[in-house]
Design a protein around this ligand. Structure first.
Ligand SMILES: [Zn+2]
Length: 188
């Protein structure tokens, strides 16, 4: 990440909106923003599938679901936050499983990039398919978008829900509905 470019850009941005970047409250802002970017965009260029280490376990033919994983991301259209919870389920194949904390880690890596919610959901599901080669994956994300609540349509409290199903969750309605029931969503 190029901190100097970010600092220059933030200074110009402040001038652009009619602010005085040299006033006491703002003078350190470009530096703060540059340091913040290191953290909130830490997922750029990271291959999330690489952090999922496969742990061989005795045949486990049941759904593994981690729900209500909190995340914070930024929409790539407005650079405003969208945030909420993710639910991730997979059905292992053979004995290929992973530590459940890795599911949250995959969400976290992908969340730390500018993007749209649809792509976040797809990327998480596809990375888990790639990393675990499971029988199937389901990713559901519920989020509030500040670009919809503090500007534009101004619909506070509205939630956007996206879901991506792969493998058996796509092919088999019973398996899909079981996962939806565990998540707490209404089955189809
Ligand atoms: Zn937006």
């Amino acid at each position: 990440m190029d901190a100097d470019t970010i600092k220059t850009a933030v200074r110009m941005f402040l001038e652009g909106i009619g602010e005085d970047p040299d006033r006491p409250g703002l003078v350190d802002t470009p530096d703060r923003v540059a340091r913040m970017c290191e953290e909130i965009f830490a997922g750029i260029g990271v291959d999330a599938a690489q952090v999922v280490r496969v742990i061989p376990m005795p045949d486990h033919d049941e759904i593994v679901l981690v729900k209500n994983i909190p995340f914070y991301s930024l929409c790539e259209h407005h650079l405003l936050p969208f945030f909420g919870v993710a639910h991730v389920a997979y059905l292992p194949a053979g004995n290929r499983m992973c530590g459940i904390s890795k599911l949250a880690r995959v969400i976290d890596i992908h969340a730390k990039r500018p993007q749209v919610q649809e792509n976040l959901t797809t990327a998480v599901a596809d990375d888990l398919m790639r990393a675990l080669d499971p029988r199937g994956v389901m990713a559901v994300i519920e989020a509030e978008h500040l670009c919809m609540t503090m500007r534009g349509a101004k619909v506070p409290g509205s939630k956007t829900v996206t879901s991506v199903v792969r493998g058996i969750f796509r092919e088999n309605p019973t398996t899909r509905n079981e996962a939806l029931r565990l998540i707490g969503a209404k089955p189809e």
